[in-house]
Each structure stands twice: as C-alpha cells, then as structure tokens.
Design a protein around this ligand. Structure first.
Ligand code: X2W
Length: 286
C-alpha cells in the first residue's frame, strides 16, 4: 500500500470511531444478549473476531451475555459414538444417553472454546449452563421428546453480579429439572428466556441467514410483531426461521426492547448492528 493510501485508511478509521459516538452513548450500560448458533460458529479465526467484538462491547460499557448452541457439534459427537438422533419440529429427541452427550459437548467443549477465545482477547469470561445458580429451571417440554426442557423458572441474579464484576457470562443451553433431571434446551429458546429474565435492551440471534425475508426473498430490515404473525400465517416465514421468530416474539413479550436476527458469519456482525446507522439483519420490535 502507498503511504498516501495508508493515511487515508487511518483517517477513515478515526472517522468511523468518531461517528460511533452516539451509538456508544446510547448503549452505555445496556444488556445485550447474543445467541451464537452452532452454524454461525466458524473457524478459530472467525471465533477470535467474534470474541474481539464482545470484548470491545464490554469495554465501551455494554453488558454482553453469550448464549450458545452447538447442534452440529452434538451431531458429530453422536455420530462418533454411534448414537442415532432425530429432530421433531426443530427439537432433538433426547434420551438418557443423548442428554449426556449434549451436556458433554455443550458445557465441556463448545462453552469452553468461546470462554477461552474471549479471555484470549483480554476479556473476563465465565462459562455456565442454565443449571448454575438456578439460572434456568425447566419443565419437560413433551414426553415424546424425552429430556427436552422448556424454561419455567428463571433466576438471573448471578448474571447481574457478574456484570458488576466486569465479567462476561457464556451460557450453555441446559437446564435443571425439578426432580434432578438434566434438560436439553433449544439454544434460541434458552437465549430468549435469558434475555426475557434480564429484560435485555437487545437480543441478537446470530445465525447463517441474512435475516427475515419477504415473499420476494428480500431481507426485511425492520418488522413489527404483528408483521411476523402475518408472514407466518402466509407461510412466508417457514422452516428453521420459525423457532427464531417465535423466540423473538416471546422475548419481546417479556420486555426485551428489540430482537435482531442476523448473519453471524458476516465480519463484525454485532458491531455493525450496534454501532452503525447501517444496522444488520432484521430488527423486530413490539
Ligand atoms: C439443541 C441444543 C443445541 C442448539 C440440540 O440438541 O441440538 C434441542 O434441540 P444450535 O446450534 O443453536 O442449533 N437442543 C432441544 O440449539 O444448537
């Protein structure tokens, strides 16, 4: 690069930082829950980029909370162990052997990978699951699904203590049952319940699609809850998008100010959404 072009680059960087000021001010002290789905988790390099964005958020005064999935990683381990697995309406039928693998992979492997990535970037992350400090007590969703849980009683007090200590919680979507069971919770459902319990300012659902699309396949950048309901009735919102939009509506119902569905594989997706006028993905509000 020529020296002159390099200068232009730095000037652009300085201008970008300056233009971010109103957004930095708007989000100071805000609680932002980020759902990182297994499909949105890429290479180690992409994970480091994500971790850097999370640490930056913390440094500018946001309280980020990461709730992760890991469906593809669970599938790979079940395959290695020769355990068959199937999904019904987006939820994994989870027997006693499967729930052990789910907990091992989510809490033991995926959770620690994210914690380590954030800490390597200079953050202070702590790995938890919904079992810790009674964060997420679950009921069985449906006997046909086995150990799949629906969040029933939430206690987010530990998360507030972690915020006060400059700590970033990273949460695996498992919950405790009232009779000592371990429940496997869909990652989107868990993120929605945690964002609801925190009355978060934002819930960012990072996935591998650009957002909610209309009948012409165009991404809708702003949506009202009623529009989501209409598009679902019309069959425009379908398949894997349904659990996400259902999560969004439930979270908004519980007091989350806005939910954004966005492509987590895009570089700096969270920063683009929070700190620029451009935004990213589809924002859903009441
Ligand atoms: C999910 C939990 C992980 C998850 C599962 O067993 O795959 C249920 O289906 P993604 O990567 O966010 O899809 N649980 C009940 O949700 O992962």
């Amino acid at each position: 690069m020529k020296k002159q072009d390099m200068n232009r680059d730095w000037i652009a960087t300085a201008r970008t930082l300056s233009q971010a000021l109103p957004y930095l001010q708007r989000y100071a002290g805000a609680i932002v829950v980020i759902k990182l789905g297994g499909h949105a988790m890429g290479s180690d390099e992409a994970m480091d980029d994500f971790a850097r964005d999370v640490v930056l958020m913390r440094h500018v005064g946001i309280n980020p909370v990461i709730v992760h999935g890991g469906g593809p990683m669970i599938n790979a381990m079940l395959e290695r162990l020769d355990i068959q697995s199937e999904f019904v309406n987006g939820k994994r039928v989870t027997d006693a052997a499967t729930v052990e693998v789910v907990e091992m992979v989510l809490s033991g492997i995926v959770n620690k990978r994210i914690v380590q990535a954030i800490n390597r970037q200079g953050g202070k992350a702590v790995g938890l699951s919904g079992k810790d400090a009674n964060l997420m007590i679950c009921d069985q969703t449906n006997p046909d699904l086995g150990f799949v849980g629906t969040p029933a009683e939430m206690d987010a007090s530990l998360l507030h203590e972690l915020f006060a200590n400059d700590t970033i919680p990273v949460i695996a979507p498992l919950g405790a049952g009232k009779n000592g069971e371990t429940f496997n919770v869909n990652g989107d459902t868990a993120a929605g319940a945690i964002a609801g319990a925190l009355e978060a300012d934002r819930l960012l659902l990072l996935t591998d699609v650009a957002g909610v699309k209309n009948a012409d396949g165009e991404v809708l950048t702003e949506l009202k809850a009623q529009q989501i309901k209409d598009l679902t009735t019309e069959g425009v919102i379908a398949g894997g998008m349904i659990p996400k939009t259902e999560t969004a509506l439930a979270a908004i119902d519980k007091g989350v100010r806005a939910v954004v569905i966005l492509d987590g594989r895009a570089p700096n997706a969270c920063l683009l959404e929070l700190f620029t006028e451009h935004g990213a993905g589809s924002m859903i509000r009441a």
